[in-house]
Design a protein around this ligand. Structure first.
Ligand code: FAD
Length: 610
């Protein structure tokens, strides 16, 4: 068994920032990650990171626009903490040597991004995430932080009190993908989940195959509610054949969207007043699909994104990798022709409920980055706010988990007595088919020491994996995952209709029951990616269910969540966050009000361009 003060699960931007902060606060830290750190999905982030750095910009404007972009479903205190702290984080990255693009006077370059009235997105060409990962990984190496890479965490070790609020997380169990060894990791202080988003729940996605919602599902099953899961961001500019992202930076630099009739539809058809192509992502995605649905799409599938007028020099200087992506993945040379684009699942606004210090309801369990929901993106995340979020809240989670000094949030998010039971009858009984017991610790919480609990959990996990590998036949996990992805792509996409959502729920429950017979073809122990994908598929199913349940219940149109029969934002009824609790496999839905009161509450922006 391995033992550390703090175990960070995941080595993307969130995990690396968390680990550095925990180590700085004096903790003995280890990172456990299924991918090598620099292969983490953060490396795919292209456009940049938002921060009010310029003297003409302000933290208040950043907070204001984040609230507005969230369609008023973000909590003001979390947004303020975020906007206040991100400039310091960007300066920190610069001091660690991150190769930001520069203006002639030496300032970090910043570009306009959707939903913001000031060019606030700091970038490193169109490879911001790549540079961010490399910069922070260098710090991890220099500081001697131990990294277990290609170790897949299969479960949390959490005591088994009835009320999740009384539970404590003591560690994790992981499988070494290279050897098949299963080992326990005891965390003396805390475990921080930094496992990224849930893009694999959908078929057409910009997310890597590794984004299978593992951390969300593990925390959920251990008793932490998932928050605002119905809010999935669909990015308007993905390549149709692969889902590969074409950064918003292209539109930020002046790229134009055209329909099949050659109309600049964002303006000409009045989708977004004067914001045009730089309206927020939900608005542009809906506009594109409306064009396609009304017969003005190209090949009935996509629209065009043109950047030729920017000129080769500027394109190569600022967006060179977009040229390569379009050529390699779509066979299109964007210096010569427009790129085909359509919306794809891009970002999970919801996630593991945390407060501003990354704490979950379970003592000793934290979350940061895309897997977490600190209630700052609400119904729609602004581009560039995710890298920013993982820096700010990753740093805070790491410091807190290490026992370092950190201020208590004034209005703690997610810790309210205002919880409201949902008035929601699912169209089919959610039930507990295919549900394993929640992964609490084996061996009796009172009797065993934390280290024993971790060891016992590792032992039972070894037995579970043996059983899985020894099973002779059953249903292939890829088929089960495809069932979920197909239905989510068809029915829980940009446009959501009630009957489609109901069908999606039935399909997800069917997948869950098929999973009882899941089969792993490859029985070997070494580099068994078949086994890993089978384990991931369980997480995809459980998290898909939370998305559909939340989407069905929310009868309004807010941000990324569009409902056919509910075409308005209903603040009287729906100014509240959705929570789904595991409840022994019979998901329970409840709500709490959005926190709109903050220090900047009465802030009036001086001049707006949208
Ligand atoms: P990730 O980077 O996904 O890292 C997750 C880590 O968890 C990985 O190291 C993985 O190995 C590990 N992990 C997962 N499950 C397990 C497990 N079971 N056991 C062990 N380890 C596990 N945001 C912006 O702000 N600006 C942008 O320009 C931008 N561009 C983007 C472009 C693309 C193509 C995409 C898809 C997203 C973009 N985003 C952008 C969003 C942003 O990149 C992500 O939200 C962010 O990088 C997520 O970071 P993370 O550290 O939370 O997760």
């Amino acid at each position: 068994m391995h033992e550390y003060d703090v175990i960070v699960v995941g080595a993307g931007g969130a995990g690396l920032r968390t680990a550095i902060a925990a180590q700085e606060a004096g903790a003995d830290v280890a990172i456990v990650t299924k991918l090598h750190p620099v292969r983490s999905h953060t490396g795919a982030a292209e456009g940049g990171v938002n921060a009010a750095l310029h003297p003409d910009d302000s933290v208040e404007d950043h907070a204001y626009e984040t609230m507005k972009g969230s369609d008023y479903l973000a909590d003001a205190p979390a947004v303020e903490t975020f906007a206040e702290n991100i400039p310091r984080e960007v300066v920190q990255l610069e001091r660690w040597g991150m190769a930001f693009s520069r203006e002639e006077d030496g300032r970090i370059s910043q570009r306009p991004f959707g939903g913001m009235a000031f060019p606030r997105t700091a970038y490193a060409g169109a490879e911001t995430g790549h540079h961010l990962l490399h910069t922070m990984y260098e710090q991890v190496v220099k500081r001697g932080i131990t990294v277990y890479d290609e170790w897949y965490v299969t479960r949390l070790v959490v005591t088994d009190e009835d009320d999740p609020a009384d539970r404590r997380c003591h560690g994790v169990v992981a499988i070494d993908i290279g050897t098949g060894e299963v080992a326990g990791f005891h965390a003396r202080n805390g475990v921080v989940l930094a496992t990224g988003g849930a893009g694999q729940v959908f078929e057409h996605t910009t997310n890597a195959i590794s984004n299978s919602a593992d951390g969300m599902a593990m925390a959920y099953r251990a008793g932490v509610p998932l928050e605002d899961m119905e809010f999935i961001q669909f990015h308007p500019t993905t390549l149709p054949s692969t889902g590969v992202l074409i950064t918003e930076g292209v539109r930020g630099e002046g790229g134009i969207l055209y329909n099949a009739e050659g109309e600049r539809f964002m303006f000409e058809r009045g989708y977004a007043n004067n914001a045009g192509e730089l309206a927020s992502r939900d608005v542009v995605s809906r506009a594109e699909l409306t064009e396609v649905n009304e017969g003005r799409g190209i090949e009935d599938e996509y629209v065009h994104l043109d950047m030729r007028h920017l000129g080769e020099e500027r394109i190569i200087d600022r967006l060179e990798n977009i040229v390569h992506l379009a050529e390699d993945f779509e066979g299109v040379d964007p210096l010569e022709e427009p790129m085909p684009v359509k919306p794809g699942c891009h970002y999970t606004m919801g996630g593991i409920e945390t407060d501003e210090n990354g704490r979950t309801r379970i003592d000793g369990l934290y979350a940061a980055g895309e897997c977490a929901c600190v209630s700052m993106h609400g119904a729609n995340r602004l581009g560039g706010n995710s890298l920013a979020e993982l820096l700010v809240f990753g740093e805070r989670a790491g410091r807190d988990a290490a026992g370092g000094e950190i201020e208590e949030p004034e209005v703690p998010t997610g810790r309210t007595d205002d919880a409201e039971e949902a008035d929601f009858e699912p169209p089919v009984a959610l039930g507990t088919a295919g549900v394993e017991p929640a992964p609490v610790a084996d061996g009796g919480a009172m009797a065993a020491s934390p280290a024993d609990l971790v060891e016992n959990a590792a032992e039972s996990e070894r037995a579970r994996i043996d059983r899985l590998l020894e099973r002779d036949d059953g249903v292939n996990h890829a088929r089960i995952r495809a069932t979920v992805q197909d239905t989510m792509g068809q029915h829980v996409n940009v446009f959501r209709e009630e009957s489609g959502l109901e069908q999606a729920l039935r399909d997800v429950l069917e997948a869950r029951s098929l999973y009882q017979e899941v089969h792993v073809e490859d029985p070997s122990r070494t580099f068994n990616t078949d086994l890993i994908q089978a384990l991931e598929t369980r997480n995809v199913i459980d998290v898909a269910e939370t998305i559909v349940v939340g989407a069905l219940a929310r009868e309004e149109f807010r941000g990324a969540h569009w409902r056919e029969k509910h075409q308005t934002r209903k603040d009287d009824e729906w100014l509240k966050h959705t929570f789904v609790s595991w409840n022994d496999g019979d998901p329970k839905l409840w709500y709490r009000p959005v926190v709109l009161e903050g220090e900047m509450q009465n802030y009036e922006p001086k001049e707006r361009s949208y």
